[in-house]
Design a protein around this ligand. Sequence first.
Ligand code: TLP
Length: 353
Amino acid sequence: MSLVDLRSDTVTRPTPSMRRAMAEAEVGDDVYREDPTVNRLQARAAEIFDREAGLFVPSGSMGNHAAIKVHTHHGQEVICEERSHIYNYEMATMAAVSGCLARTVRGEDGILGWDDIAPALRAMTAERAGTGLISLENTCNIAGGAVTPVELAERVCDEAHARGVPVHLDGARIFNAATALGCTVGDLTRKFDSVMFCLSKGLGAPVGSVLVGSKEFIESARRVRKMLGGGMRQVGILAAAGLIALEESPARLPEDHENAQVLARGLAEIPGIRLDPAKVRTNIVIFDVQETGIESFEIARRLKEKDILANGISPATMRMVTHRDVDRAGCQRALQVMEGILAGERTRTAVAQ
Ligand code: TLP
């Protein structure tokens, strides 16, 4: 039986049409801006997001780093959600590369509104370097793919701009957010100063992310990309897959969201697992396993023995992510295996008592 890989939506393999486009891609040296396929991808991304320019970057992390570096200067603070990717999973780059301090704030379900952010703002004074940037994440990964609504994001941008503070969006999964809200990514991101979105998550490309913003911002981000070692050469072979991901994949995201619902409803019925399926609106399911009596990492190990891959994200919580390479039957099999493992554990503990 084949492996059901629910560790992340980053695990998808390129489709036959992506591989064909990669093989046939027209290429040039992108550091000289001469790769026609990269140029097409950047222009198309800018058009979809209604921005002046786009920049192809090797990873979401590099897109976020470039944005933070351009928007801030050393010693400033970056306001972000406590569970955000830029704070927890990017090798402290905001400190190491941009010299910034994260000022974290907890938002209900990972969603930051202006009322959460306002108390964390710091003006520049004799003792304080001040807030250089606010960064939102939509969907919020570790809060279970939570979706920030348009009005909430726009108010954050308006209030921040009124105070001269730029706002960046880590939109690694912004197409999932737009799918859940039934709007376009343009509608959802119009007021942000910069947006990073990933081609290599729900959209299924093998590599790459795009940063979009004003011409001036993208020019600066291009220099930071080079500084970080992200100046690539005949990279049209990757951009070609990215273009297909961008054009074809958003339409199939509802399927991933429905599969995540199937997982969420099934998991919620298993004794010891806690989650609210109503809160699962996109492709990420985060659940609490504390009452099962087994740590998440051990559950992940036992799942793997049965060809189901999922990640523990803390001893008490696990994550399952749906994507193009896992279907409904795979999700159902994951549920059966999970049920079996936990039922076996309950019997074992009952016998031992
Ligand atoms: N997320 C990965 C892991 O790093 C946790 C995953 O499997 O979900 N922003 C957000 C919200 C992300 O979830 C990720 C990756 C990134 C940025 C970084 O993207 P990459 O991995 O391309 O650097």
